[in-house]
Structures are given as structure tokens and as C-alpha cells.
Design a protein around this ligand. Structure first.
Ligand SMILES: Cc1cc2nc3c(=O)[nH]c(=O)nc-3n(C[C@H](O)[C@H](O)[C@H](O)COP(=O)(O)O)c2cc1C
Length: 400
């Protein structure tokens, strides 16, 4: 079972206390527990889970266990759901509420399948439905648990402001606004529109889009007046960016190894594994950490640390052991696997789930394809071009 929190963290306090609330974006496939633990080491104030389909989460125990894990380092945390009906969102938020600090409604996903299901940005066509969902959720879950919305700009700035105000009246705790419309997947964000939205809202607004360094975040915050800045692509490439570092540090790669490795050994197996003490000790299919997630994050992080020919080799590695060997050869690092303090810090994931019989998980449903986001990113970085900052729009399909 997941360990319940004693009390929800008051996310709104962050906006009262901090000049800038540095936020890790919801990212399907990528903003999972291990990555959230990593960015928290580098000045990230607030993190979102990947988007979770609220109806599956409500109806299926298996979906809950697959889609949502947490541990004591993982706070403050917002669980993001895609929903088009109060019943699904409210139930999902209530189920998740003992383990996180707020629930967010995805009103930004521009993907066709989401639109066909009246989810994501399609919801912005029906602000009354969003308001209904927010109102009902607010009435059912006590504060300080937050109820928020992540949205995109509408075609007309006045419409954007109008929707923000309606959501505010419905009881939203804060808003995240991505600075592009549903039809603009790439290109400059509209900073003026973000500023206008901020000026017309009393609730905190998190601005999102295009920031790849701490300086970018500060500048966007100062320009728009938004107290929060959310980052997706930038923090994948450099999880240390909120701490001011301009590129991923070796120390960050070391922490990634430590988190991944320590989080996949159960307390029961710790002694047994310790005696083995071999580098490849991580299982090739550990619960809740696929090789692909482990490797993809490293591929993003090492993009600027490796010369092109080495990058090609690294990007094509296929097993945990190959990756470890490569990292040992190039950076002289390996997972600090049997240092008790690290183990106790990160291993909560498996102790949290100690009661769950993982044999009932049908791993055949975990798709092993690389995903469009990863493939595009790698192709583009091989060409040494700029990375498409919104190329994520097709990846939802691959995550079911
Ligand atoms: C790999 C990836 C996955 C994403 N998944 C989600 C998601 O689950 N929910 C969501 O609201 N936005 C999602 N997004 C969009 C980001 O949260 C963000 O709005 C967008 O990437 C723009 O921010 P950026 O310029 O900092 O990348 C995703 C983006 C990426 C790159």
C-alpha cells in the first residue's frame, strides 16, 4: 500500500512564500516518481505527475498502481488527470488525495485521440463543463488540497481572460497557462497574453512555455508577473536547471543512477542483493521502472555532455548493464547501491508497495516502443537542429 501522508502540503503557501515557484511540468512517460525525486534535489518547488486518465484511475486498481506511485521525498505533488465529467475527476482526485497535495485537470492536450474523447484542450470549448468539474471537486475535498487547471491560450486574448475568470469563480486554486493556442504547437509563446491572464486573475498563475534556463524562468516571471514558471523540455535536458546550472552535471547523473537503483530493490531483498554486490544488479524489468524510462532520461541529460559519435553509441544501448558500463568508462561513476542512507531515502517506493502482488500486473500492456517524443528528439539532435519544443503531442497514445 502507498504510505498515506499525515496532511496535505499547502501548495498555495509556496506562492505566498516564494518569489518564483519553479515547477516541473506534467510529462507523460517522464515526470514519474524517480524523475520527480531527482528534480527535487535541484531546487524544484513543485512537481506534477504525468497526465492520468481519470476514468481508468477511478475504475481500475491496476491503472492506479501502474500510473501513480509516490514516496516521502515526493512533495509537494500535484496529480494531473484528463477528464470530461465531474464523476471521473472527483473520484480520481479523492482516491489520490491522501498521497498528493492537489489535483489538476488537463485542458491542454492537443492530441487527436484526446480531442475525440472530449478531453484535454477540447474542454476549453466547454468552459461550463470545466467549471462544473472544479466546483464539484472543491466541494468534495477540503482545503488545503488544491484543485487546479492546466490550459492553453484561446485564439482571442479576451476569451482566455474570460475563461480564467470563470475558473476562478468556480473555485480553482491556481492556474497553469501554456503560452500557445491549441493550433500552435511550436514557435514563440505569447508572453503578452500570459501577462494579460495574470493581470486579470486573483489566483496564482503559472506561466509555461519555452524556458530552458533559470534566467529564462526569472525573465518570463518578471515580464508576465506570474509567480510560477513551469518547464517540460528544458528540465528533461537539464534536471539541474532550476538550481542555476546551465547543463546537466555529472553529479546529477550520479543522483539519477542512485535514485533508480535504490528505488527498485525491496527492503526484503536489500541484504540478499548487497551480498551479491554486482553492478548489473538492477532487474531488466524492475517494477515501476522500465529500461526505456531509465535510458531515455539519460539520453536527454547527456545530450550536451557527449560528443556526437559517443551520443550515437549511448542512444542505442539496450540494457541496464550496457548503460552502466558506458557511464563507468566515460564518467567514472556507478550507482551507489549499498549505502544505507541513500537506500533508505529512495527505496520507499517499494516499501510503499510492499503489499502489492506485482505478478498480477500484466506487463504485456507496458508498451516497449520508444515513443514519438523520444524518436523525434533523437533524430533532431542527431541532425544538431533545435528540438521541437512541443513535439510531445503524439506520445499520449503510446502510454495508453
Ligand atoms: C514528453 C512530454 C510529455 C508531456 N506530457 C504532458 C502531460 O502529461 N500533461 C500536460 O498537461 N502536458 C504535457 N506536456 C506538455 C508540457 O507540460 C508543457 O506544457 C509543454 O511541453 C511546453 O513547455 P516547455 O516549453 O517547457 O516544454 C508534455 C510535454 C512533453 C515534452
Amino acid at each position: 500500500m502507498l504510505a498515506k501522508k499525515d496532511a496535505n502540503f499547502d501548495v498555495l503557501e509556496l506562492f505566498r512564500d516564494k518569489k518564483l515557484v519553479k515547477t516541473c511540468a506534467p510529462m507523460v512517460r517522464y515526470s514519474k516518481l524517480q524523475f520527480r525525486n531527482l528534480v527535487k534535489l535541484y531546487d524544484c518547488d513543485l512537481a506534477f505527475t504525468p497526465m492520468i486518465l481519470a476514468d481508468s484511475f477511478r475504475l481500475s486498481d491496476k491503472a492506479r498502481r501502474n500510473e501513480f506511485t509516490t514516496n516521502s521525498l515526493d512533495a509537494p505533488l500535484i496529480a494531473q488527470f484528463a477528464a470530461n465529467a465531474p464523476r471521473d475527476f472527483v473520484a480520481a482526485a479523492r482516491l489520490a488525495a491522501p498521497f498528493c497535495d492537489g489535483a489538476d485537470l488537463n485542458c491542454g492536450c492537443p492530441q487527436r485521440w484526446a480531442k475525440d474523447r472530449q478531453l484535454g484542450c477540447e474542454m476549453l470549448k466547454r468552459p461550463e463543463s470545466i467549471c462544473d468539474i472544479i466546483k464539484q471537486c472543491r466541494n468534495r475535498i477540503a482545503k488545503p488540497f488544491t484543485v487546479s487547471v492546466k490550459m492553453r491560450l484561446l485564439n482571442d486574448d479576451r476569451q482566455t481572460v474570460e475563461v480564467c475568470r470563470r475558473l476562478e469563480r468556480a473555485g480553482v486554486s491556481f492556474l497553469t497557462v501554456h503560452g500557445r493556442t491549441s493550433s500552435q504547437l511550436v514557435g514563440e509563446i505569447n508572453r503578452e497574453a500570459l501577462k494579460l491572464a495574470r493581470e486579470n486573475c486573483d489566483v496564482p498563475v503559472i506561466a509555461n512555455g519555452g524556458a530552458t534556463s533559470l534566467e529564462d524562468c526569472i525573465e518570463l516571471s518578471e515580464y508576465t508577473g506570474c509567480r510560477g514558471i513551469m518547464v517540460a523540455n528544458g528540465i528533461l535536458s537539464n534536471p539541474t536547471m532550476f538550481s542555476g546550472s546551465s547543463r546537466t552535471t555529472i553529479d546529477c547523473v550520479q543522483n539519477w543512477l542512485d535514485i533508480c537503483y535504490n528505488s527498485t530493490i525491496s527492503l526484503d531483498n536489500y541484504e540478499r542483493e548487497r551480498r551479491k554486490s554486482v553492478v548489473g544488479a538492477i532487474k531488466e524489468k524492475p517494477f515501476n521502472l522500465t529500461f526505456q524510462v531509465f535510458h531515455h532520461h539519460l539520453v536527454f541529460m547527456l545530450e550536451k555532455l557527449l560528443p556526437r559519435n559517443r551520443r550515437r553509441v549511448f542512444n542505442n544501448l539496450k540494457t541496464f548493464s550496457e548503460v552502466l558500463e558506458f557511464l563507468q568508462d566515460h564518467f567514472h561513476i556507478k550507482p551507489r547501491l549499498f549505502e544505507l542512507d541513500l537506500f533508505l531515502k529512495y527505496n520507499n517506493i517499494t516499501t510503499d508497495y510492499a503489499d502489492i502482488d506485482t505478478s498480477c500486473l500484466d506487463n504485456s500492456e507496458i508498451r516497449e516502443g520508444h515513443g514519438k517524443f523520444f524518436t523525434d528528439k533523437i533524430n533532431e539532435s542527431n541532425d544538431d537542429d533545435d528540438v521541437d519544443c512541443c513535439g510531445w503531442s503524439n506520445i499520449f497514445l503510446e502510454n495508453g
